[in-house]
Structures are given as C-alpha cells and as structure tokens.
Design a protein around this ligand. Sequence first.
Ligand code: BGC
Length: 419
Amino acid sequence: MKPNDPAVGHPGSQSAGRNPKPEGRGPWRQAAARWAGLACLVATAQFCPAFAESDAGEAVFTPSNPPALTVIKSHHTPAYAAAKLFLRGANLGDYLEAPRRWRQVQVAAGEFAQMKKEGFDHVRVPVGWHQYAGPGPDYKLEPGIFDLVDFVVTNALQNQLAVMINIHHFNALDQDPAAATPEFLALWKQVAAHYQKFPRQLAFELDNEPHENASTALMNPIYAQAIAAIRQTNPRRTLFVEPGGWGSIGELKNLVLPPDDNIIVSVHCYDPFYFTHQGATWTSGQTPVTGIIFPGPPPQPLVPDPKLELKNYQLDWLKKYNTLPTDQNPSSPLAFTGKIRYIRAWSDYYGRPVHLGEFGAFTKADEQSRANFYSAFRRAAEENHIGWCIWDWSAGFKYWDKARQQPMPGMHEALFGKN
Ligand code: BGC
C-alpha cells in the first residue's frame, strides 16, 4: 500500500524506536541496547505494523505547516548560497559524540585531505558537548573539548571542506525538553562565542535527531530561543535545524522556524531500514535478519532463522522482498525516491533549503549491495538538487577503510561516479 503522506508511511523507518547508538561492545553500547529494548516495547506496538506498508513513501505534497512558518519567497538568500557549500558530505561518526572512554574512531589530520581528494565538499561533525559541561546554571564547557573540535574544524577548513558541528546524543533534551533547555542554550552560547570569528564555511546544527519527548512542536520554540542566542554573537552564521521523529521527513510539516534567511533544514533517511540496519544491535530487535540485498528481490528467497521469532510485520516485509520485482520491491529505490521528491516540493514551497544530513548502510550488508544503495540514494538526492551527507566516514557504516587506506569496495564510484 502506498501512503499518500510520508508522515503516515514513515514511522517504521528511523522513527520507529531507532536507538542511534553505534555498534560496539563497550558497556555504553550494552546499556544503550537495554534502553532501546524498553523503548521498542512502546514503539513496536505503535509503529512497527505500519512499517510493512511504508515501502513506497510516494508523497503528494500539500502545504500544511502551521501558518507561523513563513514562506520565504526569494531563493537568493544566504541559506541557499550556503547550501551550495554542503552538497556532498561525510559524517565523522563515532568520534566526538561517543563517550570519551569508549571512543573508537580516531581522526588524523591527513584524512581531511583524503576526504577532499575523494570528492567530498563538507564534513558533519557530531559532538557530545553535554558530556563536557560542568553543573548548571553555567554548564561551563571543559577547554579540552574545544581543542578536539578545533582540530577537526581547522583541518577541514584548511582542506577547503565546509564543516558543520552539532550537539549529538543529548538525551536529556529528548527525555525532558523543557528541563534541558537551559543547558541547551548555555551550550550553544559558549560554542557560538568560541567560533564567532570563524569563516562562513563553518555551520552549526542545533540538535541531532530530536525524538522521544522532543517532538517537533516542542522543539520549535526551543530552537527559536537557541537561534536568538546564537545570533547575538553569530549574526551571519548558517544554522541547520532538524525536525523531530529522529529528523524525519514526515515531520517537516510540523516545523516552525523564525523568519531567518540563513537556516537550512536537515532531515535523515535510513530507508529501506531493514536493509540499511540489518544486523545492527541498536534497533531494538527490528533488524535482526542479515543477508538482505539491494535491490531486491534476491535470486533465492531469504528464509529467516526461526529462532529470530520475527513478528508478522517483519515477515510480511520479507515476503514482499522475496517476491516483488525490483520496481515494486521494498529493498529498492522505491523506499526513498518519493520521500526525496517530497523534500524537494516542501523546500521549494517554503523557500528553505533542505539537506539530507544522514543516510547510509551498515557494513553487515554485502559490499555490492552497499555500493548499489549509496549510488541510488545519492543519485536520487542529486536529481532533486538536495545536498547529502553519508553516515559515515570510517566507523560502522564506513566509506573509508583506514586499515587499507582506501575507500570500501565500490564506494568511490557509488558516490562520485558518473552514474
Ligand atoms: C547515530 C549513530 C548511528 C547511525 C545509524 C546516527 O544518527 O548517531 O550512532 O550509528 O545514526 O543508526
């Protein structure tokens, strides 16, 4: 069945109890997995059955945001100019957002030159600033975190890469947005003051993937306060803002932004979720089946291990995957092309450039399928003139194979090839 609005069809993707914690064995990851299990009891009951129906995402755009979201008529704004700097990016995942004791990825200065050489034009840097904040009311940041972020930002800029820093995994804000607002604002005031003299190629993204209680409606006024605070020191800085539901495309319709012409909206899309997150440990048991190819159908039907005790919605998805031709298959571009067209229409109507800040496939998927997926997704984004940023540079969804000092098989062609 085709939903006529991605907001309806989307929940089974990243918004359905996705717990965005990187793969790993540390206690942080185990605790995260336990937490995710609890979250999914709720999420699964509410959302997952719809997942089986969310394959197409074919969307008819009808403007429906609250009237408070003003339409910016001109497309010659600072935001549109800045969007041209953020067309082909990589996320520096599992680095500065990971708790310091379990940080697995290290980044060397030479990697930024390599990113540029590969063809990327920007890098998105997730940062767990809150982990380095002292007690309220000041929430003073340790100087050490600025040293780490400065290293990334200056190396990126020196290599002619635009760079975006954010606040990532700030769970207190997701759990209780009102209670965490003073800290959110204090963090941004300090970060903004520190970087106020940096060039326009540096942008701030206010919050990664608001979810749980951080609904779009609740985040709208919190974003407005943060934007006002940042504007005191950075009147011309480009800002990125994500809607709720894990930065979901379906949540664009609830977004309200101040009439500021230097804001880019950013959304995330991990569809088809069963393919992109196969074998991931942080999806609350939604994606245990591995061996899913892209695009489907597989040459031989994939028969899941009965020990996985899949739910009906998961079995239903697999049945479609095993039987439907590629142009109707849930593991195909059908899972995201309609949604990307919806973004284009929303963006054009409201005069707000949109960026696809995260998409990607876990390395549990086979190499050819990963390359097929990244290629199809980035082409769909480019056909719709939307900047994209892969998850991720060198962690669990990697582009760059540090051990061999080269891209993962097929990935360079997938992202930068002619087709
Ligand atoms: C999270 C990562 C996760 C990725 C894919 C990102 O938003 O920050 O931890 O690996 O999504 O699920």
